[in-house]
Design a protein around this ligand. Sequence first.
Ligand code: GN1
Ligand code: MG
Length: 361
Amino acid sequence: MENLINIVSHFKTQGTIEEIKPLGAGLINDTYKITTQNNDTPDYVLQKINHAIFQDVDMLQHNIEAVTAHIRKKLEEKGEEDIERKVLHFIESEDGKTYWFDGSNYWRMMTFIPNAQTHETVNPEYSYYAGKAFGDFQAKLADIPVELGETIPNFHNMEFRLKQLREAVAENKAGRLNEVKYYIDEIEKRADEMCKAEQLHREGKLPKRICHCDTKVNNMMFDQEGKVLCVIDLDTVMPSYIFSDYGDFLRTGANTGAEDDENLDNVNLNMEIFKAFTKGYLEGATFLTPIEIENLPYAAALFPYMQCVRFLADYINGDTYYKIKYPEHNLVRTKAQFKLLQSVENHQAEMKSFIESNLTK
Ligand code: GN1
Ligand code: MG
């Protein structure tokens, strides 16, 4: 606590700190809410950046500054009201950057958006708004004038994620291989088909665009009426296939269970959420090519698959990447993502026909 107060003192904030407490459910960074004493000074969010994962913090913050500046400009041009609640605002540190290095850790601060909330689950109406918001986010960033770096190289590259899993299997560092054989086999069966995006890209048929790359349902802020205010958690905004944002939202938002549900009967694809989100996304992302649209059902399968591969690799490696709450956590997550993948696979035809009928309307 003392330490956190000290960190805050290196940023150009207003007001006096009243309270600091942990915020959110992210698996990577540590996040705190800083409440200030008076109502006329803003509250803040303080984050310790996980720089084992985001190794180039300067590039990371440069990306985020470019993205927020560009979105702010677009909102201003449109004459939007209440812009402070619609785009993140980072606070300058005493050395004029949007982060502070304390000698061992990197920190950043942003203004806390008042009267807004995040949700771990959403109804179809909210999903429709979420679809529009993520489509619109990609559309707004289509003409960003700066080149963004890959804050995590090969982040959503399926071939690379499979390579990491295979390396983990070969090393078997934590001696857990025997108990996960079934999942390795199931993953390998689907490997070629799941690397379709990389294949299409190599053939020049699939572009990379600026994507959010972490469109978990809890990475957007909603107002009291359920309308989306803004998209948060911008660390992974980088060039990727649009499948990233479409697929990762459905992975979390359209799962009838939790990402780490121990009861696999809870885990299924919710088609009502799928339909509402897809409708919103197709309205927001006005730039999509036929190949991108045609492969949206593939994207819906790709993300539970990729997450299954990533959780499993971390489990085999002895839990070095994701925060865990108990020793089997990454295995439980793997199983839940695999169950979701199977459910998505069973709905492929239905998804395809919904998308087709939506386009001809
Ligand atoms: C991580 O930061 P958070 O918890 O929103 C991860 C995502 C995964 C997600 C799984 C940088 O996101 O890629 O999909 O966990 N972020 C990073 O819940 O690896
Ligand atoms: Mg998050």
